[in-house]
Design a protein around this ligand. Structure first.
Ligand code: CTP
Length: 396
């Protein structure tokens, strides 16, 4: 099957590298259609891409308007790759601004997007650009990070367009992604919970929900239908998930129970508070009246309750431990009636709660064990799903 790649080229020195990429893709048999921004045409001529692709090069919304190019081009492609992407175009993608053909096409795109930024280091590191990249990434766009190297300004820094193999790998990953959750319903709990002491004070923990959010994103990419029960966090959930926002363990319990019916896979990644104040005040407690001791009671164990009610769902838990990791985790695997448990060491700085990285060991059955290694939570989410589905297949 021919791969249909829509390539957006923006105005930067690296635009010439997009010609090289086009040549590579065409030679291996891909069908490449190019959209250039007006600024890109200042750097490379449309003729170059027309000759390389043997196809019309689109540069304006008013170019062949009868075909409504901003819609038809994204409908007729499998992926939209933007190489190089300037700070400006990334900002427009982030805000949904559509003021030329490429940005209109991006807004209309329901196909996967790959964006390869290239710009001066100061622009790349500007908080606005960082935030815009984070935002589009949270919506599922693949970012191909620029390299550190010699920049056009004759400075050394980060911002150089990623090398061609990295660009090709990111495009290929779109085609290689397995759709192995097609038609399945996935339930994921994620994030911390907050247990109120009074209207302004609570007990909670340092979880940001990132691991569960990445698991939800990966499940969506694999074709699953995802219910994400999410505690208080500022990390954005992926587009396409049905998100239920909750605050307390009790609310998370109720939402999870309601959506467990009919789920094919349930993953409890939430860092649920284990205790709550046994009474919470409706009014703010004045500090003079404050208790010197806080009386606590247990919150419901959501995962254990799912384990008791399981009816065919593949059930997965997490264990955050600071000692005797695998021993404690195996105990949870048994006592909560789980199919698998992912153990992470939260003792180590730089991994686990609130960070981009994690280090996970998966345990299942009597002696099943696999180290998934230390990696970003996005990468680990992919490995976790690969492993979980493999375990499930081996049981079937
Ligand atoms: N969990 C849950 N509801 C709770 C507590 C935990 O659903 N009230 C789930 C977590 O989402 C995780 C697993 O149980 O998947 C294990 O959580 P962890 O905090 O490691 O263990 P606990 O069961 O709370 O046990 P302990 O605190 O004794 O380690």
């Amino acid at each position: 099957m021919t791969r249909r790649i829509l390539l957006g080229v923006c105005g930067g020195i690296a635009a010439y590298k997009a010609a090289d990429l086009t040549s590579f893709l065409v030679q291996r048999g891909d069908e490449v259609t190019v959209i250039m921004t007006a600024e890109a045409e200042q750097f490379v001529g449309a003729l170059t891409f027309a000759a390389l692709t043997r196809r019309h090069v689109y540069a304006s919304l008013w170019d062949a308007p009868e075909s409504i190019p901003h819609i038809s081009l994204v409908r007729e492609a499998d992926v939209l790759a933007v190489v190089p992407a300037t700070a400006n175009v990334i900002a427009k993608f982030a805000q949904g601004i559509a003021d030329d053909l490429l940005t209109n096409a991006a807004l209309a795109a329901r196909i996967p997007m790959v964006v390869a930024p290239a710009m001066n280091e100061a622009m790349y590191e500007h908080p606005a650009t960082r935030e815009n990249i984070r935002l589009i990434e949270s919506r599922g766009v693949t970012i191909v990070e620029p390299e550190i190297g010699f920049l056009a300004e004759r400075e050394f820094g980060v911002g150089r367009l990623a090398a061609q193999p990295a660009l090709v790998a990111a495009i290929d990953a779109v085609f290689e992604r397995k759709r192995d959750l097609e038609g399945e319903r996935v339930l994921i709990t994620a994030g911390p919970t907050r247990e109120a002491i009074d209207p302004v004070r609570f007990l909670s923990n340092a979880s940001t929900g990132t691991m569960g959010i990445e698991l939800a994103r990966e499940a969506l990419l694999r074709g699953g239908e995802v219910d994400l029960i999410l505690g208080p966090t500022t990390v954005a959930p992926p587009r396409g998930a049905r998100v239920v926002r909750v605050t307390s363990a009790q609310e998370m319990y109720e939402a999870a129970m309601a959506r467990f019916v009919g789920a094919d896979v349930a993953i409890a990644s939430a860092a649920v508070a284990d205790w709550r104040p046994n009474k919470s005040s409706l009014q703010k407690v004045k500090k003079g009246d404050g208790p010197s001791l806080l009386a606590l009671e247990r919150t419901p164990d959501i995962l254990a309750s799912l384990g008791e009610r399981r009816s065919g769902a593949f059930l997965v838990g997490f264990a955050a431990e600071t000692e005797k990791f695998e021993e404690y985790a195996r105990e949870k695997l048994r006592s909560k009636h789980l199919d698998a448990i992912a153990v992470n060491d939260v003792r180590n700085a730089g991994i686990g709660f609130g960070t981009g990285d994690n280090d996970v060991v998966m345990l299942w059955g009597e002696a099943g064990r696999r180290e998934l290694g230390r990696a970003s939570k996005r990468t680990l989410a992919r490995r976790l799903w690969d492993t979980l589905l493999e375990i499930r297949r081996s049981r079937a």
